[in-house]
Ligand binder design. Structure first.
Ligand code: FES
Length: 168
């Protein structure tokens, strides 16, 4: 009769196999968990850069053409272009452009911004951000929302302002 330990019917040999199996299972699951760290969770988002079409086609002033699709306004001045990211610096709502008042107004808590993006009124603590803009060799406006700037003195220079002279 083989030597047994409790519970009744479990042999010493089977008990050792059970122990070794548990140890191997434990080490394997630990190694698998460690290997998982080599494959981090990555969220692939669409590029923040987009082609806004020919610069020549934009009229002077604030264009709302890309507001719904890209959440930016494109502003053309006598000297060139800049873009304003349509995200209120208070809590992130999307302001609206009121051409008759020459200002952006946020519907959430009433912040007002000039066409430069500066705060005129309301709880917003900072000016609206500008996005990087350049004019490609094709004459198209290329806007990069991943590069933003809100500080005056910086936002008026490259890459946040693109010089442009209209050709007739
Ligand atoms: S989110 Fe615009 S004023 Fe509050």
């Amino acid at each position: 009769m083989p030597e047994t330990i409790a519970p009744a019917g479990l042999t010493r040999r089977n008990f050792l196999w059970l122990g070794w199996s548990a140890l191997v299972g434990f080490l394997t699951s630990g190694a698998a968990a460690a290997a998982r760290f080599f494959f981090p969770n990555v969220i692939y988002e669409p590029s923040q850069k987009f082609n806004a079409g020919p610069a020549q086609d934009y009229p002077m002033g604030v264009s709302t053409k890309w507001l719904n699709e890209q959440r930016v306004w494109i502003i053309r001045t006598e000297k060139g272009f800049y873009t304003v990211w349509a995200r209120c610096t208070h809590l992130g709502c999307t302001p609206n452009w009121f051409a008759d008042q020459n200002r952006f107004r946020c519907p959430c808590h009433g912040s007002n911004f000039s066409s430069d993006g500066d705060v005129i009124a309301g709880p917003a603590p900072k000016p609206l951000y500008r996005c990087a803009v350049e004019i490609a060799s094709t004459g198209d406006l290329i806007i990069d929302k991943a590069v933003i700037e809100g500080r005056s003195g910086f936002r008026d220079k490259t890459p946040f302002f693109a010089n442009f002279k209209a050709t007739v």
